[in-house]
Design a protein around this ligand. Structure first.
Ligand code: GDP
Ligand code: MG
Length: 795
């Protein structure tokens, strides 16, 4: 801890820490202690000198704590709040003058926007400000939108036409800043550097300008043509705040246009303005930059002349001692001189402002933003803030000390129960339809291989999985509601303490929840975690969250072998997955992935009413993906499985003997000893083997393998009935509830599918893929084994 300053506050109690402040208290930030990425993040989130913070509430388990700063809700752990020194809310800082000095201008030479034949506009903005909503609206894409940070983790490209010109629009991940501390910041920064967009469309949340415009000050320094879209204009209008857009445009020297992205109001104007700035950039133009005051401006000018190729943003970063920026001059001609000069400048500035460079620059940027806003924004005096905002009565309930966790559990139970019961109706219709088609083909086609292929292979295999489409849609519908309402981030807030216990981060909860849908986007979603070890632990445990591809197998088995409490049985499987993930996380974070501490700086987005449009788009795109998977990988796998179970042919055998002597049967017999202790027969063994490609194939394989027996009993047409009547060689039934549960446990835990492994490879590398394959399959075997043996003993 460094002990400078503090003597310049007219106040005695200088050593108050934010952590010690009671709920309801409003205080002023004096400074953030510590250093590195964490401190930088806090500064960017608005914890700068003089900013007012209100303590809103403790999480149900006491940690973390929700604060309000600059109109947004941020959660911090107690240990983190202890890093922030605060003072009375009306204390005066005598060293803080209003640092709004307006802008300075830089002349930028004209460029040919079509130098690489593509007109390109990049969307930049804070997380959750509506970039993807705009992107979808403009390009007609159906990218995922969600009311929390970190939904978009990659760039997405789309096209639109304006005035007869084709323009590429790029949706980038949201960032609070471009300091390259987190993977997203790095991504955006690199994207701009390598792809040179012709214009930047800077989306800001009009209801939260102070924090949002911080990023704008950085973009301004890059001297790329820019248009600022004031999104969520509808919310600003509703709040009653008045904003003088024209005046603000003039003060910041950038075009600003009100926008309501999700219904398209203002989109046309925004795009037209973007095209105008692109056209103007063909000629020499004046760019406006934040004026940092004489001393820093002189330094920028001087150093800028020493490295002519670099933009103002990078030059300032070099002065700030940013390693990524310094790399750009390292090894270049004159690079050493630049570094030396920058160090001297940094020392001079730090001495002059009596503070460290990061704080100085952040303070100045926020000073600029505040100064500008003071002139253009008239807040509605009756404006609802904090606890009086819409949704916050409900919030008090949702995050209540005693009720929060039960509510979370009930919501999840509702989700599974609804998936089960509501989905059963359309499922029956589809089942009947498929049965009818199969029968019809069976009657009209001549006997032979082709008929068997179509009826047993394709209809038996693909049809067996297709019937679960309604359930999958319902599950995604619920996930979409959770995401859109803003509850996702609250769930992370509620469980952070528990997650922390197992060595994880509350934010990991979001990938886990997404993992109930599909592991691939869930693994991608871990990119919002800043700590690499947290990310790895989360990536490796996400596959234990039971994805929707496994759902068909559970639904089939639960419906066939459990009569009471079907929703609870289903949920218990999911809970086992969670428990195994937790144990794995504890072990990993205590052994090979040990690390000191991670932070819980997370923004809690405002509650928003989920829109039907969003939920339907989400369901639709998931449904499409599911059908595509049916038509490709599952179709192919079903045919292969069918062929392996059909050949070689021998005359005069019953269908059952036929399957047993097939290639598939031989394979199954070979692995039978391995799966026998788990209560499985060889058909089940083969099913999990083929299911490694995609978990739905477990069901389609059973569909193919058990159709061979259908001739024995003409009545039983559905797979469920076939499983119920299947017998072992000794005449006992293959399945009972114990075998079914053991089988579900195995399907839950073993080998993530190929697509998930590919995602793990992308995010973590081959080494972890190998680990994951061995580990998950080992755990699956062990858990099923213990369950089966113990349950048999007790039964
Ligand atoms: P991104 O993270 O910047 O890509 O933001 P998203 O496009 O995912 O949107 C974040 C949330 O804001 C979603 O819940 C949207 O439905 C909502 N949203 C987006 N644009 C608007 C808008 O203009 N007005 C309002 N009220 N909500 C919006
Ligand atoms: Mg997005």
């Amino acid at each position: 801890m460094n002990s400078e300053q503090n003597n310049n506050i007219h106040n005695n109690d200088v050593n108050r820490l934010l952590d010690g402040e009671p709920v309801g208290m409003t205080v002023q930030v004096v400074r953030v202690m510590g250093d590195g990425a964490f401190r930088q993040r806090l500064l960017e989130m608005g914890f700068v000198r003089g900013a007012q913070v209100t303590v809103l509430k403790n999480a149900p388990l006491r940690d973390p704590v929700e604060y309000m700063i600059m109109g947004s809700h941020i959660s911090l752990r107690h240990s983190e709040a202890a890093q922030i020194e605060v003072t009375d809310k009306d204390a005066q800082f005598c060293d803080m003058e209003d640092s709004f000095n307006g802008t300075v201008e830089t002349t930028v030479a004209g460029v040919d926007p079509l130098n690489d034949n593509v007109l390109r506009i990049a969307l930049i903005g804070n997380p959750n400000c509506g970039k993807t909503s705009l992107f979808n609206y403009v390009t007609g894409a159906k990218e995922k939108v969600g009311n929390y940070g970190g939904v978009t983790v990659d760039s997405k490209e789309g096209w639109f036409t304006i005035g007869g010109r084709r323009v590429q629009l790029v949706d980038l991940p949201g960032t609070y800043s471009l300091t390259e501390y987190s993977p997203e910041e790095m991504y955006v920064r690199t994207y701009i550097r390598d792809n040179h967009p012709d214009a930047i469309l800077n989306i800001v949340d009009a209801g939260n300008l102070e924090r949002n415009l911080y990023l704008t000050t950085q973009v301004m320094d890059m001297n790329i043509p820019m248009v600022i879209a004031l999104n969520m204009w509808d919310e600003l209008e509703k709040s009653g705040d008045k904003l003088d857009v024209e005046m603000m445009s003039r003060l910041l020297g950038a075009r600003m246009i009100p926008l309501t992205a999700y219904n398209g109001r203002g989109v046309k104007e925004v795009l037209e303005a973007a095209m105008e700035v692109i056209d103007e950039s063909e000629k020499e133009t004046l760019h406006h930059n934040v004026n940092y005051g004489n001393l820093i401006e002189d330094c920028l000018k001087e150093l800028g002349q020493m490295c002519p190729g670099l933009d103002r943003y990078t030059v300032l970063k070099i002065i700030e001692n940013d390693q990524h920026a310094i790399q750009l001059v390292d090894g270049q001609e004159g690079g050493e001189q630049v570094k030396k000069a920058a160090t001297e400048m940094r020392k001079r500035i730090e001495r002059d402002y009596n503070n460290d460079i990061t704080s100085i620059i952040t303070d100045l940027k926020y000073g600029f933003v505040r100064g500008a806003l003071a002139e253009v924004l008239t807040p509605n005096p009756e404006r609802a803030t904090g606890e009086t905002k819409p949704g916050y009565t409900l919030d008090r309930l949702l995050t209540n000390r005693w009720l929060a966790l039960p509510i979370l559990l009930v919501l999840m139970w509702l989700m599974f129960e609804a998936t089960f019961t509501l989905g059963a109706y359309p499922q029956e219709w589809i089942e009947n339809g498929i049965g009818w088609i199969g029968e019809w083909i069976g009657q009209t086609m001549p006997e032979g291989i082709l008929r068997d292929l179509i009826v047993d292979g394709i209809i038996g295999g693909v049809g067996g999985v297709l019937v679960f489409l309604p359930q999958i849609l319902i599950l995604f519908f619920f996930i979409s509601l959770l995401e859109d309402s803003g509850y996702m981030a609250r769930a992370a807030f509620i469980v952070d303490r528990i997650m922390h216990r197992v060595g994880l981060h509350g934010k990991s909860f979001i990938p886990y929840l997404i993992g109930f849908g599909c592991g691939v986007p869930a693994i991608m979603a871990t990119r919002t975690l800043e700590n690499r070890r947290d990310r790895l632990v989360t990536i490796l445990t996400v596959p234990f969250m039971s994805c929707s591809a496994r759902l068909p197998a559970y639904l089939l088995l639960v419906a066939a072998f459990f009569t009471a409490n079907q929703g609870l049985i289903l949920m218990s499987i999911y809970l086992v997955g969670i428990v195994v993930a937790a144990i794995t996380a504890i072990v990993l974070s205590k052994t090979i992935l040990k690390h000191d501490k991670s932070q819980f700086v997370m923004e809690l987005p405002p509650y928003r009413q989920p829109t039907a449009r969003n939920a339907v788009i989400h369901m639709w795109s998931k449904g499409k993906q599911y059908l595509q998977k049916m038509a490709t990988i599952i179709l192919a796998a079903s045919i292969i499985v069918w062929a392996l179970g059909y050949f070689p042919r021998h005359d005069g055998q019953t269908p059952q003997e036929q399957v047993e002597n097939s290639y598939m049967g031989q394979m199954g017999k070979a692995i039978e000893p391995l799966v026998e202790p788990l209560g499985f027969n060889w058909q089940m063994g083969v099913s999990v083997l083929t299911g490694a490609a995609a978990k739905e194939i477990v069901v389609s394989t059973m569909g193919v393998l058990y159709t061979g027996e259908s001739d024995l009993d003409e009545e039983s047409t559905s797979l469920k009935e076939k499983l119920q009547s299947a017998t072992r060689p000794d005449g006992k039934p293959v399945f009972d509830s114990i075998v079914a549960y053991s089988f579900m446990l195995f399907i839950l835990l073993y080998f993530p599918c190929i697509a998930a492994l590919a995602a793990i490879k992308r995010e973590a590398g081959w080494k972890w893929v190998a680990f994951e394959v061995v580990y998950t399959t080992g755990v699956a075997w062990l858990v099923s084994f213990l369950f089966y043996q113990i349950a048999r003993m007790l039964a």
